[in-house]
Ligand binder design. Structure first.
Ligand code: 4AD
Ligand code: MG
Length: 498
């Protein structure tokens, strides 16, 4: 058995492929089967005169997603999907599939989510999972090359690291337990044993947010480094993200094509420095006249684009009547794309005035909302690092800025193109007494942190770390609007199945 991905090594050879019917069409004495085997798609041509009768009957019985074995000669064919074609000499049906619910016609996203177990077979979903895999591999490679040790934090925990409001509670025999929302506190203990560590595990948040950026179960990568200050932390985060993007660009060209991802900005992110901005400067930026002007200009250019698209649509509709069949299909596709773009523009036209208002009225001390992040990042094509947030809105474990006690030595990385925060991190408070004070200020029970406080008693050192959200990173690199398509079986508010 040969995998489609490896067909280039078998040109002019006879091979057997095993897979499923992705698509098919027939003419009188020919069947064109697009076979998918998990590694790729290959067009297989069955000619009535070239195969035994049973094979021809088998081909005639095929339906979408039927499973089969197929034997034939590999020929190079540039026009063919994947660049190779199989000239079939034999074919053996394993199962004729029942009517497959996901047909090439369009389906609503709710229907597709209900059928996530099957939707995973579709090309775009396939491509997104391959990019996810590449990102995971790149993450491990990066840290392993840098001398980090991968260690796992527990999923059941007895302590609420960042407050209890967003924790899933569960029963642990007779005790109250929570599902972890971050491996960080354990990561700190592990860093004191190994110096450089990273965790890679599922984390859980019971936030009642139904946004395109929120899952209730997501995967987080959390490096923790002894003897790192905030600057070293930020440098590492930037190098890390650059390597991930570089690897995806290098190894996922086909997948990014399938996803129709414009890679211009991704290439820029590999090559250019990420702007580093303090929270205070970011607030000033939000409130500035320049930003208000930028949003006004954006409104104008969106309106203009909408008019241009309306005109183009009219012209296309006028052409449609006399057009040839192939051209009609082209026109239909373009009209569909225009409709989708106009929907987006209308959403922007509704949103931008509100964004402008909330940016103008933003007050120092508040947390950035999704629209504030979008406004800040759309001024750059590459991610930005925002540092030194008001301590009040950040977690108890963050170290204060020695230059200004109101600020925490925190950093967030905000991705461009509206993808928002992909990394959150900080330098940690390493002084026992200050940390105790913070725990009291935050009304956290001291006794559950006894082990964590030990780290400040026995050889405390400056240390830092951050957490990267895997799904938001996949969404950004794939150009997917919603994180629900970045994980095999998403868990979000209102979705626990399949
Ligand atoms: O900013 P967060 O909450 O940081 C922490 O949990 C720290 N303890 C990390 C550390 O310093 N070790 O989360 C980190 C990242 C976010 O930037 C975001 O990318 C992702 O995790 N994230 C989510 N992704 C999907 N759905 C959610 N509900 C998410 N919440 C956070
Ligand atoms: Mg955060």
């Amino acid at each position: 058995m040969v995998y489609i991905k490896k067909l280039s090594e078998h040109v002019d050879e006879k091979v057997t492929l095993k897979g499923w019917v992705y698509n098919y069409r027939s003419s009188k004495n020919l069947y064109f089967i697009e076979l998918r085997d998990g590694s790729g798609i290959c067009q297989c041509v069955v000619a009535r005169d070239e195969v035994p009768d049973e094979a021809w009957q088998g081909a005639e019985s095929l339906r979408q997603e039927s499973s089969l074995e197929i034997t034939g000669t590999v020929v190079e064919d540039e026009r063919s999907i994947g660049g190779y074609e199989l000239q079939v000499t034999d074919l053996n049906v394993i199962q004729v599939a029942e009517d497959y619910p996901i047909t090439p016609k369009e389906h609503g996203v709710e229907f597709l989510m209900e059928n996530r177990h099957l939707w995973l077979r579709s090309q775009r979903q396939w491509a997104a999972m391959r990019v996810r895999n590449e990102i995971i591999f790149a993450i491990h490679t990066f840290f392993q090359n840098e001398g980090f040790i991968q260690m796992d934090a527990p999923i059941f925990t007895g302590n609420a690291a960042e407050g209890t409001t967003t924790l899933f509670e569960t029963e642990y025999f007779e005790e109250q337990a929570y599902l972890t929302q971050s491996g960080q506190l354990y990561g700190e203990a592990m860093a004191m044993a190994h110096g450089l560590i990273y965790t890679f595990g599922p984390t859980f948040r019971a936030e009642k947010s139904k946004t395109r950026r929120h899952l209730t179960e997501f995967w987080m990568i959390e490096p923790e480094m002894a003897f790192y200050d905030l600057n070293m932390n930020m440098d590492l985060a930037e190098r890390f993200v650059k390597v991930i993007i570089g690897r995806v660009l290098e190894n996922c060209e086909n997948e990014l094509n399938i996803l129709e991802r414009d890679t211009e900005n991704l290439k820029k992110a590999v090559e250019h420095d990420f702007p580093v901005i303090s929270y205070t400067d970011a607030v000033e930026n939000l409130k500035s006249d320049e930003t208000a002007q930028m949003l006004d200009d954006m409104m104008e250019s969106r309106k203009q684009e909408k008019e241009d698209l309306a005109k183009e649509k009219e012209e296309l509709e006028a052409e449609h009547g006399q057009a040839k069949k192939w051209r009609k299909a082209q026109i239909d596709q373009r009209i569909k794309d225009i409709a989708a773009r106009v929907d987006q523009i209308e959403e922007d036209l509704r949103n931008i005035p509100e964004w402008k208002k909330s940016a103008r009225e933003f007050e120092w001390g508040a947390d950035f909302g999704g629209s504030d992040e979008t406004i800040l990042t759309m001024q750059y094509d590459v991610p930005i690092l925002v540092h030194r947030y008001p301590a009040e809105i950040k977690a108890f474990y963050m170290k204060r800025d020695p230059e200004d006690d109101k600020l925490a030595l925190a950093v967030d990385m905000l991705a461009p193109e509206g993808y928002g925060e992909i990394i959150g991190g900080s330098q940690r408070e390493d002084d026992l007494d200050v940390l105790l004070e913070r725990i009291h200020e935050h009304d956290l029970p001291e006794n559950i942190f006894d082990w964590y406080l030990d780290l400040r008693k026995y050889g405390t050192v400056p240390h830092s770390g951050f957490g990267l959200g895997l799904e938001r990173t996949v969404a950004w690199l794939c150009g997917l609007h919603h994180v629900r398509e970045t994980i095999p079986f998403p868990r979000m508010m209102g979705r626990l199945r399949p």
